[in-house]
Design a protein around this ligand. Sequence first.
Ligand code: ZN
Ligand code: ZN
Ligand code: ZN
Length: 371
Amino acid sequence: MTVTFTADDYAHRMRRTLESAASAGLAGVLVGIGPDLAWLTGYRPTAVTERLTLLVLTPDQPPTLIVPALERPDAAAAPGAPALTLLDWYDASDPYRVVAPLLRPAGRYGISDSTWAMHLIGLQEALPGTTYHALSVCLPMLRAVKDEHELTRMAAAGASADAAYGEILGARFAGRRETEVAADLAALLRKFGHEQVDFTVVGSGPNGANPHHEAGDRVIENGDAVVLDFGGLLDGYGSDTTRTVTVGEPGDEVREVHAIVRRAQQAAFEAVRPGVPCEEIDWVARQVIRDAGYGEFFIHRTGHGIGVTTHEPPYMVAGEKQPLVPGMCFSIEPGIYLPGRFGVRIEDIVTVTADGGRRLNNTSRDLAVVA
Ligand code: ZN
Ligand code: ZN
Ligand code: ZN
């Protein structure tokens, strides 16, 4: 059962954000429309709007949301609104003049990555002494550790993606275009409860060797390995899973490469426990693939954080020293990409528990054969 987040939950998140900002030496945090605003206030304006909406969190006044006057009723209906002071501005007025009195003239602020550049420039022009840092750089762990109710939603999103995979195995692959299978996957994610589909990768044959291939016009052939990587948002929280299937019985090399990737994925999963640095998860997966002789073909990082977006910090990549903390959620998705031939990737979302990790994707990691 998912629990509705209350104004108290949002107030708690905003307090924690201010505490982290203070520890990072920031005078406050500014948040435009996007995932950070959704997480902090529950407000997700549906229209893409050039008008300034900005949450201002500082120790000097209560949390304040600056909104265009015509959108004030929408903002006031957000679940976190009772914890906010709303300040509106009218068309033909200067919204940065509404924000400026809330900021310290020489303050250093964190600003959400998704705040439009034109708004940041507007603030800099209104207050030339202020400086700004991207939130994902100055507070990278802001949304990384999930509470119990967030974990329930993450698990529900994972289970929904798993159900979609279970059903796509019964679909026809041979003779259809990648885009058709991708459309099936999108429909299945929606059928099993996703409100938003972010990506449906169908990388057949040589297209599977490009980790960021989405889906194209290629007609899937008998004998192809096909990378299926799909996800989106369910109840505001993300799913992201990959399985590689073969159309008809696999050849020896596909079978062997798949077994290596599966071992790498398992080894990385078994390495998950509190205190282990993110980069070690990458290193463990990479070591298995390197030992099997395919190191140069593992060209992608091992994983990424996930929460109210499907890709976010911290990343499971060399150089990321951030230690794992219970409640963090991230992907483990090693792959082997053989240019011009095929690719294999296996991906689960994993959450850190007190003594290890728990997978939020639980479909079989065997090499499935489709028709
Ligand atoms: Zn990628
Ligand atoms: Zn993925
Ligand atoms: Zn992923």
